[in-house]
Design a protein around this ligand. Structure first.
Ligand code: MN
Length: 233
């Protein structure tokens, strides 16, 4: 393969890897239970999310979910190639360890991709139209989502998700649950998630969760969310 063809091949392969949730990165042999590389460096989201928080969050907290998920999968005879969506959709069949760590792994893999250094983009295209139709406006999406994130007691996540009637919805889940889980009160396909565990913001924001939430909007990668929305329709 000449150099040009090789570059084209690599770039197509990496696009394909990004487009699927299989997390199979080019040149590696990642299972859906492995962490994919962080799409930016630890400093990438500064000053909103400081490098130390990112490093601990990705390489300690999220890494532990992946490791513990793999342990649980082994103990409960789940093949390593099993899709995360499928596993979470029938999570009641498995242990609490699988629920907490499977959710933790999936949620964080999604969370990293939902953010982008210097983002400050807004929704566009079909997603923008759906936001207006289902949620009233982008402003009301932000208000409702922020309220869900602020009022989640203890640890959990806020979500923008597509319900089973393909309508956009906003809600929150406790701990590491998410809308894919058959145990969840809210059900559907998560498009955008915000981690409101204290480990996600405490070093910089301490008790000021609302300030973390407010600043976080500036990092949202709406292009990613829109692609995810289109792929789920
Ligand atoms: Mn987290």
């Amino acid at each position: 393969m000449d150099r040009r063809k090789f570059i084209k091949h690599v770039s197509l392969a990496s696009m394909a890897a990004t487009a699927t949730s299989s997390l199979k990165a080019f040149g590696t042999d990642l299972s859906p239970f492995d962490q994919s590389p962080l799409p930016y460096d630890f400093k990438g989201l500064e000053p909103i999310i400081d490098a130390q928080t990112m490093e601990i969050h990705y390489s300690k907290h999220a890494a532990a979910y992946s490791t513990n998920l793999k342990d649980a999968a082994k103990a409960e005879n789940v093949a390593s190639g099993t899709s995360m969506e499928k596993l979470l959709g029938s999570i009641t069949r498995y242990s609490t360890k699988m629920r907490n760590n499977g959710g933790g792994h999936y949620n964080h893999e999604l969370f990293w991709k939902c953010m982008k250094p210097g983002a400050t983009t807004i929704p566009s295209g079909k997603l923008f139209e759906a936001i207006q139709k289902d949620l009233g406006s982008f402003e009301s999406l932000k208000t409702t989502f922020s309220d869900a994130a602020k009022s989640r007691f203890g640890s959990g996540w806020a979500w923008l998700y597509l319900d089973n009637n393909k309508k956009l919805q906003i809600g929150s889940t406790p701990n590491q649950d998410n809308p894919l889980m058959d145990v969840s009160d809210i059900k559907g396909f998560p498009l955008l998630g915000l981690d409101v565990w204290e480990h996600a913001y405490y070093l910089k924001y301490q008790n000021r969760r609302p300030e973390y939430i407010e600043n976080w909007w500036k990092l949202v990668n709406w292009e990613f969310v829109e692609n995810r929305y289109q792929s789920a329709l």
